[in-house]
Design a protein around this ligand. Structure first.
Ligand SMILES: Nc1ncnc2c1ncn2[C@@H]1O[C@H](COP(=O)(O)OP(=O)(O)OP(=O)(O)O)[C@@H](O)[C@H]1O
Ligand code: SF4
Ligand SMILES: [Mg+2]
Length: 322
C-alpha cells in the first residue's frame, strides 16, 4: 500500500485578538476531522470538495508539514510521524507535492534551470553536467523544450509556470505526487493538457497520484476512486467511473447536479468556520433536504454500503438497514 491514513485530525485554534476592532471568541476549526483512506500503488485517488472543506490542510498533514491532533499516516508501511531526520528526507524525495500556488512560488529572479537545480543540490544528486541533463529531461516530461532553462518565470505563461512547478516536483523521481488544484486558473484547453500530462506520467512512470480539486469534473475525468470532502470529513468514497450513477450522499448528488440543496446561511467564511465548531450532528445538515432526527445529534460515520462504496449519511444507512 502506498499510503494508509487513519482517523487523521487537524484542528486550528483561532484565538480572540484583544486588539481587534470587533470581538470574536476563540474558536476551533476542524479542518481535518477524522479522515481515513488508503491509496494503492499506481492509483489516482481524487479528493473533491468546496473551498474551505480542508483539502489542502489534509495534503499538508499527510506530508507532515503540520503536526496533526491525532491519527496516523503510513507510507509504504512506515509511520510518517515517527520518522527520524534521515527517514523524513527519504520520504520527502518519495512523496512530492505540487501546491495550488506552486507557480507563484517560483522565484522570478532565477532562471528556470536554477529553480530546477535546487532540489538536486539539496539532495546532493549528480555533478553539474548530469544535473543539467536531468533538468532537460524533467522539462521534456512536462512537454517543455530545454530552451526554457534560460527563461525567467515572468517570461512564461501561467500554464508553462505550472508545468515548471510540476517538473520541479518530478525531478526527484517521486513515487507519489500530491497535486493540489493542478488545473485551477488555467483555461479549459490548458487544463485538459495538464490532466493528460499527469495521467501520462502515471501510465509511463507508474506514479501514484492524489489529485485534489474543488471541481468534480476534473477529478471524475482522471481518478480511479474519488473521496468527497465536506467540512473536514469524507462524506462519500467510491470508484470514479460509476460514481455519478451511484452517488448517494446529498452533497455529492448536489455536486453532480442531481439534486438541489436548501438555501444556506450566506457562506461568509467566519460563519462557516464557526459552524465547523458548533455542529454536533451532520456537517451537511444546514443544506440537506432529507434530514432525519439523528442528523441533528450525531455525525454520521463513513460506512461501506457496497464493495468499494462508502457513504456517511444517516438516511442512507436507514435505507441500507431496510
Ligand atoms: N493556518 C491556518 N490557521 C487557521 N485556519 C486555517 C489555517 N489554514 C487553513 N485554515 C482553515 O481551515 C479550513 C480548511 O482550509 P483549506 O485550505 O484546507 O481548504 P481547501 O479545501 O483547500 O480550500 P480551497 O479549495 O479554497 O483551497 C478553512 O476554514 C481555513 O480557513
Ligand atoms: S446525515 Fe442527515 S443531514 Fe446529513 S446528509 Fe444524510 S440525511 Fe442529510
Ligand atoms: Mg486548497
Amino acid at each position: 500500500m502506498m499510503l494508509d491514513v487513519r482517523n487523521l485530525r487537524l484542528h486550528f485554534v483561532v484565538r480572540h485578538n484583544p486588539l481587534a476592532r470587533y470581538h470574536h471568541p476563540d474558536h476551533v476549526i476542524r479542518a481535518v476531522d477524522g479522515v481515513s483512506f488508503a491509496v494503492a500503488e499506481g492509483e489516482v485517488f481524487g479528493v473533491v470538495g468546496e473551498s474551505g472543506s480542508g483539502k489542502t490542510t489534509l495534503a499538508r498533514t499527510v506530508l507532515r508539514l503540520v503536526e496533526p491532533n491525532g491519527g496516523s499516516v503510513r507510507c509504504r508501511g512506515r509511520d510518517v510521524f515517527a520518522m527520524d531526520k534521515a527517514e523524513l528526507k527519504q520520504f520527502r524525495r518519495e512523496v512530492q507535492p505540487v501546491f495550488q500556488d506552486a507557480d507563484s512560488t517560483l522565484d522570478p529572479r532565477q532562471h528556470v534551470a536554477d529553480i530546477l537545480e535546487e532540489p538536486l543540490l539539496i539532495h546532493g544528486l549528480g555533478d553539474a553536467t548530469s544535473r543539467r541533463d536531468r533538468i532537460a529531461a524533467a522539462l521534456g516530461r512536462v512537454n517543455l523544450s530545454a530552451s526554457f532553462m534560460e527563461r525567467h518565470p515572468t517570461e512564461l505563461s501561467g500554464g508553462q509556470r505550472r508545468r515548471v512547478a510540476l517538473a520541479r516536483a518530478l525531478l526527484l523521481e517521486p513515487a507519489l505526487l500530491i497535486a493540489d488544484e493542478p488545473t485551477s486558473g488555467l483555461d479549459p484547453l490548458v487544463s485538459t493538457q495538464m490532466l493528460s500530462l499527469l495521467l501520462q506520467l502515471k501510465r509511463k512512470r507508474g506514479l501514484t497520484l492524489i489529485l485534489i480539486s474543488h471541481d468534480l469534473a476534473t477529478v471524475s475525468y482522471a481518478a480511479d476512486r474519488i473521496a468527497v470532502m465536506h467540512r473536514g470529513r469524507f462524506v462519500e468514497l467510491a470508484g470514479g467511473e460509476a460514481f455519478e450513477r451511484e452517488a448517494l450522499h446529498p452533497y455529492t448528488r448536489f455536486l453532480f447536479g442531481l439534486e438541489a440543496r436548501l438555501p444556506d446561511a450566506p457562506l461568509l467564511e467566519g460563519v462557516h468556520e464557526h459552524l465547523h465548531e458548533a455542529e454536533e450532528g451532520c456537517s451537511y445538515l444546514h443544506a440537506c433536504p432529507h434530514h432525519l432526527h439523528d442528523c441533528h445529534h450525531a455525525a454520521p460515520p463513513l460506512r461501506e454500503v457496497s464493495p468499494g462504496h462508502s457513504v456517511a449519511c444517516h438516511a442512507q444507512m436507514a435505507c441500507a438497514r431496510t
